[in-house]
Ligand binder design. Structure first.
Ligand code: HMG
Ligand code: MG
Length: 299
């Protein structure tokens, strides 16, 4: 299959990138990050997470972040909502899009959201109904699609089953998370082939973490399969609190550089994005994990 003509990047840095930071990051810094990402041309930004502050303290200011946003025209700002409580709070703040997050691994589901896969799907049903009634779009995540920190190998059919359930429930898009970044290109292709038997490929997104340095190779492989939505995090920030050792998402700057080279449109200004990566890593005292970001900053 030919590469897509254009790719939509979903920037998850303000949520996935920051959620695991141990030191509190000010709401003002988060808002500046979100605004700079919008200024660089990103059209979908995952801004916050309406989860329990006991589970993820860094996301405790979700209300302040969502209500404090300066909305740029054409930019979608979304938030994670694991249950009705989270959704109601997000709706009160005027959120326009939310995401539910499940897993293809039973053990990870328990550790991450404290319930089984089947229970999580039951919990998401009323979230989708309520969101639909409020005219709010819902994205669905599936974690551990290429491996689990507790169970090891995950069968592509398991990923396909959970993805299908989320899609049939009404998720407009299903984002496939290699939470611990253990995937390799052929495995990624096989997984996408299995999931896209039930769901049109244009409704799928790749959410790859770079723990083993394979994320760009895996993305190249799934672009060949027709994937045209990619989740990434500026400066490669991040990690999941319930997946020990998992490093950040693939760096947005690296993805844009790859896509520019393949002549695939993103609408993103790479220099401005790289400047944002330099700024946020300095602001929170983290190394910049984008190779492209580091190279451009050294010029
Ligand atoms: P629980 O303990 O089973 O829930 O947690 P509960 O309903 O029994 O409630 C317990 C307490 O949490 C109560 O407070 C609730 O009010 C409160 P208390 O009475 O003890 O003071 N609570 C909430 N507070 C705020 N917002 C809420 C909420 N719900 C309940 N929405 C729960 C279940 C899902 C809440 C919990 O397990 C949780 O918050 N988990 C979040 C885990 C998380 O955020 N993980 C990281 C995101 S997922 C990820 O990174 C993967 C992804 O990037 C894709 C990939 O890479 O694979 C998406
Ligand atoms: Mg993630």
């Amino acid at each position: 299959m030919a590469f897509p003509h254009s790719v939509r990047l979903v920037e998850v840095g303000p949520r996935d990138g920051l959620q695991n930071e141990p030191e509190p990051i000010s709401t003002a810094t988060k808002l500046e990050l979100i605004d700079r990402l919008g200024a660089a041309g990103i059209r979908h930004i995952e801004a916050a997470s309406f989860v329990s502050p006991k589970w993820v303290p860094q996301m405790a200011d979700h209300r302040e972040v969502i209500t404090g946003l300066t909305h740029r025209p054409g930019v979608v700002y979304s938030a994670l909502t694991p249950n009705l409580k989270g959704l109601e709070a997000a709706l009160e703040c005027g959120v326009e899009e939310v995401a539910v997050f499940g897993a293809a691994s039973e053990a990870f589901s328990q550790k991450n959201i404290n319930c089984s896969i089947a229970e999580s799907l039951q919990r998401f049903e009323p979230v989708l109904e309520r969101a639909k009634a409020a005219n709010v779009r819902v994205r669905g995540y599936v974690s551990c699609v290429l491996g689990c920190p507790y169970e090891g190998e995950i069968e592509p059919t398991k990923v396909a089953d959970v993805s299908k359930a989320l899609y049939e429930m009404g998720c407009y898009e299903v984002s496939l998370g290699d939470t611990i970044g253990t995937g390799t290109p052929l495995k990624a292709k096989r997984m996408i082939e299995a999931v896209s038997r039930d769901i049109p490929i244009e409704k799928l997104a790749a959410h790859f973490h770079d723990t083993y340095g394979q994320a760009l190779a895996n993305l190249y492989a799934v672009l060949e399969e027709g994937i045209a939505v990619i989740d990434s995090s500026v400066a490669g920030l991040g990690g999941c609190p319930y997946a020990k050792g998992a490093s950040g998402n693939v760096a947005s700057e690296d993805v844009v550089y790859l896509l520019d080279g393949l002549r695939i449109e993103t609408g993103i200004d790479l220099d401005e994005l790289a400047g944002t990566g330099t700024w946020i890593t300095q602001a929170i005292g983290r190394p910049n994990r984008s190779k492209v970001g580091v190279a451009l900053a050294a010029k």
